[in-house]
Write a new protein. Structure first.
Length: 256
């Protein structure tokens, strides 16, 4: 079976998983699709394109993957909140070791200082990147999350992990960037609407600000990539490739 056939077959299996279905379906059933997702993402042949119905198939897969990650984070957050010892449950998260390696490599790229205050746009229910930046490098953070349920859940997780004095949560969107002083910024790969996010980021930052955005690597299967027009007013500096099961690249940029 060639690449196009595999993508179409997977999309056909996932198209009936609406956001409501993803919420109600046993997590084990949803996780059974991860190996197929990871296998297809490994194929980064640049000759693949949107022909033959792949654009619609990519949209189906992207919607499922976004819903799956939200579901995984919410379920793990609730396990952490219910635990007597929360840190082992955090380390038990599916992507924990991958994120630990990734954050370490990303820090070598952007070099946040311990006194820096870093805004993470699109923190989700489990702000794992900020937790690891604090745990590994002592960096303070603010998770900005527009979904009120996810914002509340993440704040409870940070309190449970005794990190509430180091990492804050704001229920809101990128417009809050202009209201608080930050030295560093991380833009999540799923942060949308992307052009609007970068426009507000440009308006709120100084040229010396340390900025990194995350974008999926390879074919646009899991999330649409960041486009050149999204980065108007910014200059790309350097990037680090994906690691392990995390299929993001981290790109350091500077405001012009």
């Amino acid at each position: 079976m060639n690449y196009q056939e595999r993508v179409l077959e997977l999309a056909n299996k996932l198209e009936n998983y609406s956001p409501e279905e993803i919420t109600d379906t046993p997590l084990e059933e949803l996780l059974s699709f991860l190996p197929f997702l990871e296998e297809i993402v490994q194929d980064t042949n640049p000759t693949h394109n949107m022909d033959g119905g792949l654009e619609n198939a990519f949209q189906v897969i992207q919607g499922f993957y976004k819903g799956l990650i939200i579901r995984m984070e919410k379920d793990q957050a609730r396990k952490i909140l219910a635990a007597t010892k929360p840190w082992p449950w955090l380390r038990n998260y599916y992507f924990y070791k991958d994120y630990q390696d990734w954050v370490t490599r990303e820090q070598s790229l952007v070099e946040f200082a311990p006194y820096d205050r870093v805004a993470y746009i699109g923190g989700g229910a489990l702000p794992l990147s900020l937790i690891l930046y604090q745990h590994l490098f002592g960096i303070r953070g603010v998770s900005i999350e527009r979904d009120p349920e996810l914002a509340e859940l993440s704040w409870k997780v940070l309190q449970k992990l005794d990190l509430a004095s180091h990492i804050q949560v704001i229920h809101g969107d990128e417009t809050f960037l202009a209201e608080i002083e930050f030295e560093g910024f991380i833009v999540d790969a799923q942060a949308q609407p992307r052009r609007q996010v970068f426009n507000h980021l440009h308006a709120a930052t100084l040229p010396e600000a340390k900025i990194v955005f995350r974008s999926y690597y390879g074919p646009p299967i899991l999330c649409p990539p960041v486009q050149a027009e999204d980065l108007a007013g910014f200059e790309r500096l350097d990037q680090c490739p994906p690691t392990g099961r995390v299929k993001n690249i981290s790109v350091a940029i500077r405001k012009l």
